[in-house]
Design a protein around this ligand. Structure first.
Ligand SMILES: Cc1cc2nc3c(=O)[nH]c(=O)nc-3n(C[C@H](O)[C@H](O)[C@H](O)COP(=O)(O)OP(=O)(O)OC[C@H]3O[C@@H](n4cnc5c(N)ncnc54)[C@H](O)[C@@H]3O)c2cc1C
Length: 386
């Protein structure tokens, strides 16, 4: 079966060849031991895929977000979990689009060479939740540095990243015209601050996702590590989040094709009542339906990615792509599990692992209700609900 492999065939072939070296046994072992897939991420880095978005002048391959999304799609499509590596792709955009020339020259070649990883982004806080404007982490300018205090939660891949993008308030919320003003983003040398100004505590979670609570105590950041203008960080983060949503949509599409193929194969092979279970329409139709939904979501993913690549407004499309793809992959996961009956629960089939992994994307990086609220307000002109 060769479902959904129409666009960028050469790129797909190359990424697929690499992914095929990290098979089901590899990912089961990683999941079982709850460790980070170092060997896989190293191989992706050495092959240049982790720096796909970095322009050639800084040592990367200068691919578009559409192409980067194909890389992420192929990782999940192969049975792997792209949560270990997608951070670098979308964090990169923040630096590329809003960083200064000096910042790009300093960091991008080292990231491209695999000497530094920019895998972590600290936005979410325990007290603020989705209402990012209520973050309590503050950065106060003192001479040529900012001093940061606060707390983050769900900061992913920080144990495997030298650098982190950090969002903090630089002006109190009651002193700004719009509550989205007065926040800034910084590029943080997390490794240097590890165990000193940064106290990082892992969160055990449903998937094997390296994610943490981070307590920040007098973290000093050189002023030159402020990205863009002070106070405009929320806008920059939103731009980066569009890239994140498109990449995650692509991962869900990859998952969706994986589930659909896996279910179809099993339905063809499994014989019960003297015939393949796939001969029953009760088994066929849900697989056909989930395939159709993935194909439809895929169209929105390419539309959103193309808008992003042309630097056009893509907020609605990026949100829709992520939502449609996450829903479609979750539905495909359910169907695949049901098709496998009891064996769907056995770890050796990978279905239960992928089922857990794809479920995350209805919640993170943005939950379903918030996408619906965005569309209702910004596209349909309905009253703001919060
Ligand atoms: C494994 C994992 C990895 C993550 N990685 C990162 C990371 O690297 N960096 C980072 O910054 N964050 C990260 N996150 C955080 C993630 O982005 C948030 O969990 C997500 O945005 C939801 O926020 P919350 O958990 O605070 O939910 P809450 O904001 O507390 O919301 C809880 C529920 O209420 C609903 N809700 C809230 N307000 C409304 C409303 N007005 N109307 C209707 N429904 C509403 C939400 O949709 C949600 O279903 C990660 C999360 C997870 C689970």
């Amino acid at each position: 079966m060769n479902l959904g492999r129409d666009n960028h065939p050469e790129l797909r072939d190359a990424v697929r060849a690499l992914c095929s070296q990290y098979d089901s046994v590899y990912w089961q072992g990683i999941d079982d031991k709850r460790v980070y897939p170092e060997a896989f991420v190293d191989a992706l880095t050495k092959a240049g895929w982790m720096s796909a978005l970095i322009p050639e002048e800084y040592g990367g391959s200068g691919l578009t977000l559409s192409e980067a999304s194909v890389i992420m799609e192929e990782v999940t499509r192969s049975g792997g979990n792209a949560g270990c590596c997608h951070g670098q792709m979308y964090n990169m955009n923040t630096l590329l689009r809003h960083g200064s020339e000096a910042q790009k020259k300093k960091y991008l070649p080292k990231i491209a060479a695999g000497e530094l990883r920019l895998q972590a982004m600290g936005v979410t806080e325990p007290g603020a939740g989705t209402d990012t404007t209520k973050i309590k982490t503050v950065a106060v300018k003192k001479g040529d540095r900012y001093v940061v205090n606060g707390q983050k939660v769900w900061t992913s891949r920080l144990q495997h990243s030298e650098l982190m993008i950090l969002l903090a308030r630089t002006s109190p919320i009651d002193q700004v015209q719009k509550k989205t003003d007065g926040m800034s983003i910084f590029l943080v040398d997390a490794k240097a601050a590890w165990g000193k100004a940064l106290d990082v505590r892992p969160i055990r979670n449903m998937v094997n996702h390296e994610t943490n609570q981070v307590f920040i105590d007098n973290l000093e950041i050189p002023a030159e590590n402020l990205i863009g203008q002070e106070g405009r960080g929320f806008r920059y983060i939103l731009d980066g989040l569009n890239a994140e949503r498109i990449l995650i949509a692509a991962e869900c599409i990859g998952d969706g094709y994986w589930f659909t193929e896996k279910a179809s194969k099993y339905a063809n092979e499994r014989v019960v009542f003297d015939r393949p279970i796939g001969q029953n329409q009760g088994i066929q139709f849900p697989i056909a339906e989930s395939y159709m939904e993935i194909e439809a979501a895929n169209l929105m993913r390419y539309k959103a990615a193309s808008l992003f690549d042309r630097k056009l407004d893509c907020g609605a499309e990026a949100n829709m792509a992520k939502h449609l793809a996450a829903k479609a992959s979750w539905e495909a996961a359910n169907v695949c599990l049901q098709t496998h009956g009891g064996f769907g629960f056995a770890a050796e089939y990978d279905v239960e692992r992928k089922f857990r992994e794809t479920r995350l994307y209805l919640v993170a990086p943005i939950s379903t209700n918030l996408i619906l609220a965005y569309l209702a307000e910004h596209v349909l002109g309905l009253p703001r609900s919060f």
